[in-house]
Write a protein that binds this ligand. Sequence first.
Ligand SMILES: [Zn+2]
Length: 396
Amino acid sequence: MTVELQRTSALSSKTPSVQDLLRTLVGFDTTSAKSNLALIAFVEDHLKDHGVASTRVPSPDGTKADLFATIGATGAGGIGLSGHSDCVPVEGQRWSSDPFTLTERDGKLYGRGACDMKGFLACVLASVPRFKAHKLKEPIHIIVSYDEEVGCTGVRPLIARLGADLPRPRAVIVGEPTSMKVIDAHKRIDSYRTRVTGREAHSSMPEIGVNAIAAAAALVGELERLGADIAARQNDPRFEPPYSTVCVGTIKGGTAPNIVPKHCEFQWQVRSLPSAAPAEVPRDLSAFAETALLPRMLQVTQEAAIDTETQGSVPAFVARPRSEAVALALELTGAKHTHAVSYTTEAGLFEQAGCPSVICGPGDIAQAHAADEYVSVAQLDACMAFLAGLADTLSA
Ligand SMILES: [Zn+2]
């Protein structure tokens, strides 16, 4: 702790250390369901203290905001440093210390979001004096988003303004936890909700009812079968696991044990390889419903139905060939190889919008979302060195 403070004070007496900044960021409970405006105001003030103006991109209901700020030369190009401000809930998790109070144990800094991904944001904010001190020939853009954890929705209105009233970076580094490895591809997510409508009846006469839970169970079984079939067919060794995956995440239905249930619904996701056809699983499920379930259900009641609706999608990310973002991250980390991951990020959205992107940030994804989430001091140091290298590169 003392060592860290001394190290930073050599850079600027005005700037809090990366750990102080991380402590403040973790202290804001920015669970996706809550407002992030207090955190955004803090980041704005921090930037303003260093003479950096920023632009808020508010959410449609005004309870949240993205932030965009530019350091250095104005005009086209520049490198975007992008991180989300929201974090996943702590409910139901057993933490050894208060999740919103950054706590150090054995070189690890524990707190909700410490790894995913306030650690990266803290490094970026701590590097602002360095960015300012360098004569940057090309700007650095700081991008802070909201609602990443609930489908990467919050960054979309900001991305829509890139190249319009906000400058479009020539490359974007998304600082999700990769243990500072360079990631140039990730899977896609499609989320669905399937609703089954049957017919209520006394449980002593199930034949005059249509059991929505039983039909839902058959559909869930079919999804498991489809998932196993995909696992046997697909094999892209860059990904772990090397195939698209199917997961049913919630299910609810029925009212009492002695009533044939009329309603049941479940939510499920497909995480597809970038090369896979994402519409395949919902199409196959609907074919199963129409041939194996619905004819029998409709014989009992015309009200019987099985409806699947899309709840959201996050595009896959595949860096373009000879991506300048990937080249930059490889140069700054000294890594020889890139990797692919199975979780999703905002990188696919930036890439789609014409900004070459790469994912590289401090902390291990294994710690993200878990109880006792942490980022190690060593990882923060590595990210600070990475950002110092970026400042050197852009001012050379
Ligand atoms: Zn994240």
